[in-house]
Design a protein around this ligand. Sequence first.
Ligand code: FUC
Length: 832
Amino acid sequence: MAKCLFRRLFCVVLAFFTVIYCDAQQALLLNYDHPAKNWNEALPLGNGRLGAMVFGGVDRDRLQLNEETVWAGEPGNNIPSHVYDSIVQIRKLLFMKRYKAAQDMSNRVFPRNAPSNSNYGMPYQPVGDLFIKYKNLGHYQNYHRALNISDATAQSTFEVSGVHYKREVIASFADNVIIIRLTADKKGALNCELLMESPQLQHKVSTTEKTLVLKGHSGNVDNKKGKVRFTAIVKPVLEGGTLESTDSSLNIQNADAVTVYISIGTNFNNYHDISADPNQRAADYLQRADVKPYKQALAEHKRIYHKYFDRIDFQLETPDTAKAMTDARVKNFDAHYDPSLVALYFQFGRYLLISSSQPGGQPANLQGIWNDKIAPPWDSKYTININTEMNYWPAEVTDLPEMAAPLFSMIKDLSVTGRQSARKMYHARGWNAHHNTDLWRITGPVDGGFYGMWPMGGAWLSTHLWQHFLYSGDTGFLKKNYRILKGAALYFVDALQQEPDHHYLVVAPSMSPEHQYMSGVGLSAGTTMDNQLVFDVFSQVIAASRFLNQDKLFADTLKTLIKRLPPMQVGQYGQLQEWLQDWDKQHDTHRHISHLYGLFPSNQISPYEHPALFAAAKKTLISRGDVSTGWSMGWKVNWWARMKDGNHSWKLILDQLRPAPEVNKGEGGGTYPNLFDAHPPFQIDGNFGCTSGIAEMLLQSQDGALEILPALPDQWQKGSIKGLMGRGGFKVDIEWSKGQVTRLKIQSAIGGNCRLRLPAGLRLRGKEALFEVPANSSNPNPYYKTAAIKKPLISEKAKARELTIPAIPPTKCYDFKTIKGGVYVFYAVENS
Ligand code: FUC
């Protein structure tokens, strides 16, 4: 009797956990009831190096394939020669206020199209497609297609004449190949043909007895020959049935199950060495992979993926409508209450980062690693005046720092190639880069004297190294990268110019990315974003030299120069001024709001320290409006979170999670059925920007404290997030209900003072006592030391308008000491 009761109890408990587990699994699925009709419906898989877009077709399945080093062209930079004198001349024209003449000259010296002896960066290109054509599969039913982002697997299942078919695909993190597993629940039911195609001009498909082989090389563009050679080998391993090859295809008959391996190799070693053997590489990966049983390969793949993905668990309320297909959920998002779609979208961003950016590989480009076009939009390269940086915003805060390793190694490469642009173009030491780079690490201007005249790309990228240090406290990392940070600063030591009006030190010529203050004129001196970037580049070297106790003299030089940078300014409309002069237009809705770099990702505009600037930033945000390109809206989610206005962030998420238009162009944003973000067209930065913004709504750590739930929207009354990272190595779990924190757990990786900023009414209790600290006392934790900005200037016209400081929810700060490895749990005390 007791035994029976026990067994029953066991069954109930098991059923309970199965339900919870299934729900959790369900929450991390992208679901569809039909095969992909186009690329934006196909599902992305990737292991950092290899990418596959899986269409899930029944009669004809398609896997569109990428390898991250297949780019057009060959090694080599794009530095224009003999331009120094012209740059000096352009500078003079700017300082003489002859702006149009300066812009005209810039356009002449740096033509809009690449001159015949140079190039404007190479496009990222596809490898090709694998097609699997199935024979005699008549009418199908019960079709289901899913991307499981908790496991990094894609499946499609369907039924034909009572036989259940299943196809599962992984881009294996363990074996560096793509694996397709075909099964059916009737023996001998699998009959198909494997074929390959490629849009590359130079390619050839051949077969051996057991494999299908695609060889080719990348395209010629501008002054560069396409020298990336690639080899893709497809090898099906059969259980039962027969395999025959023709001169261009493989035929499988009556198999019980088939495992198809896709291995791709290229000749790329690094940006200046393409001497590897692509055939050998592809063969080596294959040889190691095809000996493993699929079950083992799948388990090993999942184990590596879980190590990263499982670090964060995010739960928001899940209504019944969340059971709908993913494309329908996007369609109905503004009509149905479905916060759980936001949790899915957030985790999808993390999934994309893990899948497109693995240590040892290339950073995620404009499309991550997924691209089917020989000439993709903006070459799918690295646009470093916002887009590449945005790709990496989620890396630290969502605890995926390893995924930033490819970015760090690209920065290291640029710190070498960028010496050429610094020296030849500007006669400066150190290194710089302009607004684009590519696989070959070009650092010269791209797209001519309007868009391309922005020598700040290297500066912005370098801040990611510093942020990694602030999050991890890894002094070894800082030491190793100090020379890169120093090189970025050294460039400005030499290149900054004294402008004539106030004698500030400014970058000239430059621009506020892609924007203009007169028709066709954007070239300027001392734009606000440049000033903020130089301030950060100098501040991080000053702080690094303090942490490492080295290079004091250089730090002293920077301390002198930093004082001569222009302050931020509040312009006539009460807006944060974009340029040194008050040229802003009041109803300007340009997608770039570069001067708000100071609000996010930087921390130079704080509501606690600089309310006037904070008010001005808000004015600017409001006047620029909400709806814009995907990446612009992604940025706005972060900005509104920094404004402590969760409801406005939520509004932007609503705007972003609207179905993207069918036409692949425009500036209205949106989301494709496969949850890829639309510029449009697809651009991955919007996914990453929004993921980062969601994290910023829940936790911030840039402003002297760990701020808990700084921008929770009314819609997210209840939820939990586990595993977000704050600077100083703090891992944070938050649970909340009725919009209030109920439980907070802090794990300290490196010890040190932990300062919490909490809603004023909230009282927390734990084993550790929390000491309330005065509002403006500085945090003794060195990773929380913020650099003091100059007092902002406020225009007389703005003063006349009476600046209203935005009200933000009142908070209080509390300190407690942590030790390395310490875990601290607090619960909300009910107000009595
Ligand atoms: C910048 C943006 C565009 C686009 C491109 C890749 O030029 O202004 O909107 O995102 O990068």
